[in-house]
Write a protein that binds this ligand. Structure first.
Ligand SMILES: O=C(O)CCC(=O)C(=O)O
Ligand SMILES: [Fe+2]
Length: 275
C-alpha cells in the first residue's frame, strides 16, 4: 500500500525535528501534515495559560481590535465573556514569542518554496487563537468551508502561497467538531481556490472530507490553498471546547500592520457565517 495517503486514517508523523523528504512529499501531495506531540504537555499548558492572560487583559481593557482586525467575543457556558478569536496574539504573549524565536518552527519554512517565506507575526492577522465552544451565546461554534489564501483577494493582492501552522492547545477529537480538510485541493486553479464552495458560508459535510483528530501539543500544518472547515461539536458546554493557535508562514510583498490598519471586508463575511 502506498504510505503517502490521506484517506482516514491518514498517516500521522511523530518526528518533528528536521523535515524529511517523506514529510515534504506527503505535504505536497495532500496539502496538510500532522505531527504528534510536537510540543510537550507542559509547554502546551504554559502557552494556553499565557493566551488566557492575554484574553483576560483584553476583556479588562474592553479592547475591540488589534491592528484593525476585530477580536471575536462571546460567552462561555457560565455566562462569562470570553475571547473566541484573537489576532496578533504573539505580540502580547512572551511564551508564544519565545516559541517563534526558538527556531523550532523554522524548518517548516521549507514547505513554502519561496525565497521570502517568513513567519508573519505582524502581517495579515498575525498569530491567531481560535476558541470554539458550543453554547447558545458562543461567538465561535464552527467555521464554514474556506481557503486561507482567498483572504488576499480582500486585500486586493494577488493570491500568494502561504501555510498555516496549527498548534493544538486542547485535544480535538470528533466530539469537539474538529478540523475537516479536503486533501489535495491545494492543487487547483485559482477559480476553484476561490469558488469551490461559498467561502465561510458553506457548512455542509463533504463526502471527501477528512477529520483531523489531534491532541494538545500536536501540530497540523496546512497549505493556505486547501479547502477546510471546523465542524460544530455534537456536545455542548465544556466538553465541546477546542482551542487552536495558527502561526502563518507567508510569502510576497510585506504589508506590516499597525494601530491604524483598516478592517478588511472578509471579517464581515466571517461575522455573517458564524450565525
Ligand atoms: O481552528 C482551526 O483548526 C481552523 C481555523 C481556521 O481555519 C482559520 O482560522 O482560518
Ligand atoms: Fe482556515
Amino acid at each position: 500500500m502506498n504510505q503517502i495517503q490521506a484517506q482516514a486514517p491518514y498517516q500521522v508523523f511523530t518526528s518533528a525535528g528536521e523535515l524529511t523528504a517523506e514529510h515534504i512529499a506527503f505535504f505536497n501531495k495532500n496539502g496538510f501534515i500532522h505531527f504528534k506531540q510536537f510540543i510537550s504537555k507542559e509547554e502546551t499548558a504554559a502557552l494556553l495559560n499565557s493566551v488566557r492572560e492575554v484574553h483576560a487583559q483584553w476583556i479588562r481593557d474592553g479592547r475591540e481590535k488589534v491592528n484593525g482586525i476585530p477580536i471575536v467575543y462571546g460567552q462561555d457556558e457560565n455566562g462569562d465573556r470570553i475571547v473566541q478569536r484573537s489576532p496578533f496574539t504573539s505580540l502580547f504573549s512572551p511564551e508564544i514569542r519565545n516559541l517563534l524565536s526558538s527556531g523550532r518552527l523554522d524548518s517548516f519554512l521549507k514547505l513554502l518554496p519561496s525565497p521570502d517565506a517568513r513567519i508573519a507575526e505582524n502581517e495579515k492577522d498575525g498569530v491567531v487563537v481560535n476558541h470554539y465552544v458550543n453554547h447558545k451565546k458562543s461567538g465561535l461554534k464552527q467555521m464554514g468551508w474556506h481557503t486561507d489564501s482567498a483572504r488576499d483577494i480582500f486585500y486586493f493582492h494577488k493570491v500568494q502561497p502561504m501555510l498555516n501552522v496549527g498548534i493544538y492547545l486542547t485535544d480535538s477529537k470528533e466530539d469537539q467538531g474538529g478540523l475537516r480538510v479536503l486533501p489535495g485541493t491545494h492543487n487547483q486553479s485559482i477559480h476553484r481556490l476561490l469558488f469551490r464552495k461559498k467561502q465561510f458560508i458553506s457548512m455542509r459535510e463533504d463526502k471527501n472530507e477528512v477529520l483531523v483528530e489531534a491532541e494538545a501539543g500536536d501540530l497540523v500544518i496546512h497549505n493556505g490553498a486547501i479547502w477546510h472547515r471546523v465542524a460544530m461539536s455534537p456536545l455542548t458546554g465544556p466538553e465541546s471546547r477546542r482551542i487552536t493557535m495558527y502561526v502563518p508562514i507567508i510569502s510576497g510583498k510585506a504589508v506590516v500592520k499597525g494601530d491604524h490598519s483598516k478592517t478588511p471586508f472578509y471579517h464581515k463575511l466571517r461575522f455573517l457565517a458564524k450565525k
